[in-house]
Design a protein around this ligand. Structure first.
Ligand code: AFP
Length: 322
């Protein structure tokens, strides 16, 4: 099996971009070490503060964010960063060619129950000079130079794309090294599995309710087959499952916060996951447009998300076009 360093050296990936990916992977090893200690590290629970999203920060949200911020600032290739846990964009190295957005610990409400969490990252290019600005981050997702995640599960996995397919690495603690375990992910076009937080049913728009209700009718309904449901409450884990065995994931618009468009953030959740899913042969949409075509207006903006197996995503979007 090829190591991550060997893969990056042998590939046609820009050497500065390869350094960013390598830096992210090695920083996530440190985050994983903290997670593995759990309660013993005395770092579970709330940090007693809220982030710009208005969400209560976990101690590990803050720890992971600071580890990534310092690691990326020490990487000459990185010009600036944006994080779910940072109100504003943060300057790094003015001559750097890349901008990194990240969700340091996606699914952090799972931390205290020892369930799966992950780090999601997106890498954009920048030719700007001088102090970094939010405006240079506001690029459509199709322009990402790289996107990926590290999943802290029973094994720690790195999954990423630089625009030529999706590859998966598994961390080997005995060799203390990332080993390539999937060379090219192929996402099945059809599925019988969907992921949604069903408790929000009454808040969804009518087309989403109709789509989900038809899934629940199973073989007796218009879809003519039975479906299964999974919901990890960590996008990174649900998307990983979909890349491994197909499926549809959605966090739709709902009426609780109608002006927010959805819960998930475009720049460091929907865009990186959208690139991965498309690169694996799937589709990633809001309820009306391709996610990677959205022109961002604000670094923390939210979007509805429907992504996964291509034919199932098209079916769900079609309900919204009726
Ligand atoms: P946290 O990071 O606050 O746990 O939120 C995770 C997340 O952003 C995404 O990873 C999940 O798919 C989604 O929220 C879960 O939201 P619900 O808790 O409303 O189901």
């Amino acid at each position: 099996m090829k190591t991550l360093d060997a893969f990056l050296q042998d590939s046609a990936i820009d050497s500065d971009l390869a350094k960013v990916i390598s830096k992210l992977a090695h920083c996530c090893e440190t985050i994983n070490t903290q997670l593995q200690r759990g309660e013993l590290a005395g770092i579970l629970g709330s940090a007693g503060a809220a982030n710009v999203q208005g969400e209560t920060q976990k101690k590990l949200d803050v720890i992971a964010n600071d580890l990534l911020k310092e690691a990326l600032k020490a990487c000459p290739s990185v010009r600036g960063i944006a994080s779910e846990e940072e109100d504003e964009v943060v300057g790094a190295n003015a001559d750097g060619r890349f901008l990194v957005t990240y969700d340091p610990l996606d699914g952090s409400s799972n931390i205290d129950i020892n369930s799966m969490v992950g780090t999601i990252f997106s890498v954009l290019g920048s030719e700007a000079s001088g102090p970094v600005t939010e405006a240079e981050f506001l690029q459509p997702g199709r322009d990402q130079k790289a996107a990926g995640y590290v999943l802290y599960g029973p094994s720690m996995m790195l999954v990423f794309s630089t625009g030529d397919g999706v590859t998966m690495f598994t961390f080997d603690p005995e060799q203390n090294s990332w080993l390539q375990t999937v060379e090219r992910v192929e996402l099945a076009p059809d599925t019988k599995e969907f992921a949604i937080n069903m408790s929000n049913h009454r808040f969804w728009a009518e087309p989403m309710r109709a789509y989900i209700d038809d899934l629940l009718k199973g073989s007796d309904g218009p879809r003519g087959k039975n479906f299964n449901m999974r919901w990890v409450a960590a996008m990174v884990a649900d998307v990983h499952r979909i890349l491994c065995r197909g499926g549809l994931f959605t966090y739709p618009w709902d009426s609780r916060k109608p002006d927010q468009a959805g819960k998930l953030r475009l720049m460091y959740e929907a865009n990186p996951m959208g690139l991965l899913v498309e690169q694996a042969g799937g589709e990633a949409w809001t309820d009306s447009v391709r996610i990677l075509d959205i022109q961002p207006e604000q670094i923390h903006q939210r979007v509805p998300v429907i992504l996964g197996s291509a034919n199932e995503v098209k079916c769900c979007v079609e309900y919204h076009q009726r």
